[in-house]
Write a protein that binds this ligand. Structure first.
Ligand SMILES: Cc1cc2nc3c(=O)[nH]c(=O)nc-3n(C[C@H](O)[C@H](O)[C@H](O)COP(=O)(O)O)c2cc1C
Length: 254
């Protein structure tokens, strides 16, 4: 199938598809000719789908994306600047959780929406590991504390600077300050040598954090958690991450 399909009956030759293309691989339409791909179109296409989404008549398709898959944005759901400001201003880290698990469908919706985050060259390098079992979350928090104890032994100054002494002392007093009793942890990870992995993963995780309250969920970055994933092999193994990956963020959630 052709990677690039224009329906001549619907095309108004406005060249909007060519104008929005970030890599300029669509030739402008002429009066007689609809827009056309340049040579090596597929090699340079970012697969961002702007060309399909922007076409007001649904004339433009890619072999992997049809106009029906880009439904129009519902203007009725648009929020005002004040609403947007309040939405962003009211985001807060949540550190108190109910014990019950979150419905899987809700978690998947959260993850799918997080993937609308921008990424360098639309690479979407993120992978998600979701810890669904709260008993496993507890065990993993314990592994984080094991790691903190080992850093306290080997590098006491670093441990003190990072506040490990306090976290471990409260753990010994029966208070869990790693995952805070959350029923779930989500770890975002990517190929460790990919240059934009840190930015792309942090953006996706931020989208996730912003959307969570709208699904009735609380979320908080787990900075200690993902630092431990990368530094403490037993935790990395318990999560089952691929060897060539690195964790770029974690969210405790419930
Ligand atoms: C990269 C990163 C790591 C964080 N790690 C932790 C953490 O390990 N534990 C925690 O309770 N909060 C953590 N936080 C949450 C911050 O403490 C919190 O965002 C900050 O205090 C501001 O509060 P707010 O998010 O409610 O506005 C982290 C935040 C970020 C961005």
């Amino acid at each position: 199938m052709d990677p690039f399909i224009v329906d001549p009956d619907k095309c108004k030759n406005d060249s909007l598809c060519a104008k929005v293309c970030p890599t300029r691989i669509i030739q402008n339409a002429t009066r007689k000719k609809p827009p056309a791909p340049v040579e090596n179109f597929e090699e340079y296409c970012l697969a961002c789908g702007h060309c399909v989404a922007v076409c007001p008549t649904g004339a433009f398709s890619l072999n992997w994306l049809s106009p029906e898959e880009c439904p129009p944005i519902d203007r009725g759901f648009e929020i005002s600047a004040s609403q947007a400001e309040q939405f962003l201003r009211s985001r807060r880290s949540i550190r108190n959780f109910k014990k019950k698990s979150v419905d899987r469908k809700l978690l998947l919706r959260l993850l799918e929406t997080a993937c609308y985050a921008p990424s360098a060259k639309n690479n979407q390098p993120w992978h998600w590991t979701l810890v669904e079992d709260s008993a496993k979350v507890k065990l993993m928090a314990e592994l984080v504390v094991d790691w903190m104890r080992s850093v306290m032994k080997k590098h006491p100054r670093i441990a003190k600077n990072r506040g490990f002494d306090q976290v471990v002392a409260t753990w010994d007093d029966g208070h869990e300050r790693i995952c805070r009793g959350a029923p779930h942890v989500i770890v975002v990870h990517a190929e460790k040598n990919y240059g934009f992995a840190a930015e792309d993963c942090a953006l996706a995780l931020s989208y996730l954090e912003l959307f969570a309250p709208k699904l009735g969920l609380g979320a908080c970055w787990g900075g200690y958690f993902y630092s431990a994933v990368n530094a403490h092999p037993p935790l990395f193994k318990a999560l089952g991450l691929p060897k060539n990956h690195r964790a770029f963020g974690a969210m405790i959630l419930g």
